[in-house]
Design a protein around this ligand. Structure first.
Ligand code: ATP
Ligand code: MG
Length: 312
């Protein structure tokens, strides 16, 4: 039976972090046998808010590829490619731009939020505003039906679906295929930053990277945002909106133990340091094999370049 096509990707704006891992990378590894997968390093999209800093994007191309290999994305099963190397994607974007309105683009909640976060004001690059259209081109060019992404990408897939419907209806052909978004398990679609901000993001400097050393991981965990009203150990604490517990929900497999800890924290008598140490142990165990694999590929960069050069 012919496999369905899966497409997803990442902007090479920095190394990948545990938010990517839980929100998207883990899923991709699990799905790589089931689907005909295309994974794109979206360098063109990354330039939409980094036009004056192209070296950053160039340097992070390899870093993202290294992260892919380190989490177990297997280039013999998955087509890994670089967005800018496929000119047809840009051509298709131009066609789609004629069937999308400015007001529709301005309504996209994720883009709206990012514009605010980045303080663009009047200097908003047009390329940034239209990046959901370029994502529609990426997805439809490969006829992808499955797009595994984090929650922030839901509006992009909605935009893609609309473009597919408009295009097929205007040109009276069923050439384009509507994709479906595949979200990670409930609650894992948007890991907050260590500062407690709504989203861990490479651009917000609030991430634990897959490549961080054990010392850095520990430092970041110990500095994490918790319940600001949980001042003394004996104070009752809040586990909701408490980043340390959100991470434990995402990474701790011993759910029974976790429930007991939450109960204890709520009642009072469980200190932040203890909870953070528990989280640190879990993250260290999860990230060590990933980091080791990365170290291996860092010493075999020729292999990484070959993967990026392969035609898709
Ligand atoms: P940037 O800040 O440059 O936009 P980013 O950290 O948002 O970087 P992207 O490359 O934009 O990362 O996103 C790649 C994929 O990772 C998308 O599918 C996105 O939904 C997912 N993702 C990004 N951040 C998180 C997060 N904090 N939690 C879960 N999934 C995430
Ligand atoms: Mg992003």
């Amino acid at each position: 039976m012919k496999k369905e096509i899966l497409l997803t990707g990442d902007r090479p704006t920095g190394k990948l972090h545990i938010g990517h891992y839980i929100g998207s990378l883990k899923n991709r590894v699990e799905l790589q046998d089931q689907y005909n997968s295309f994974i794109m390093i979206a360098d063109q999209q990354a330039l939409t808010d980094n036009a004056r800093n192209p070296e950053k994007i160039r340097n992070n191309l390899n870093e993202v590829a290294l992260d892919y290999l380190s989490v177990g994305i297997d280039p013999s099963k998955v087509n890994i490619f670089v967005q800018s190397q496929i000119p047809e994607l840009h051509e298709l974007t131009m066609h789609y731009l004629n069937i999308v309105t400015l007001s529709r683009l301005k309504r996209n909640p994720t883009v709206k939020n990012e514009i605010k976060e980045k303080n663009f004001n009047e200097s908003l690059p047009i390329g940034f505003l239209i990046y959901p259209v370029s994502q529609a081109a990426d997805i439809t060019a490969f006829k992808a039906t499955v797009v595994p992404v984090g929650e922030d990408q839901i509006p992009m897939i909605e935009q893609t679906k609309e473009i597919v419907r408009s295009f097929n209806s205007i040109y009276k052909r069923d050439v384009l295929i509507e994709p479906n978004v595949l979200l990670p398990e409930k609650g894992l679609g948007r890991l907050p930053g260590i500062d407690g901000k709504a989203k861990m993001s490479k651009s917000l400097d609030n991430a634990i990277y897959l490549s961080d050393s054990p010392d850095i991981i520990k430092k970041k965990v110990m500095s994490m945002y918790t319940d600001p009203n949980h001042i003394r150990v004996e104070d009752p604490g809040n586990v909701e909106n408490n980043t340390v517990f959100t991470y434990l929900d995402a990474f701790c497999s011993d759910k029974l133990q976790l429930e007991e800890m939450k109960e204890h924290y709520r009642k009072g008598g469980l200190g932040d340091v203890k909870v953070k140490k528990y989280l640190n142990d879990i993250l260290q165990a999860e990230l060590e094999p990933i980091r080791n694999k990365r170290n291996y590929y860092e010493k075999h960069l020729d292999f990484v370049f070959e993967v990026l050069k392969k035609e898709v």
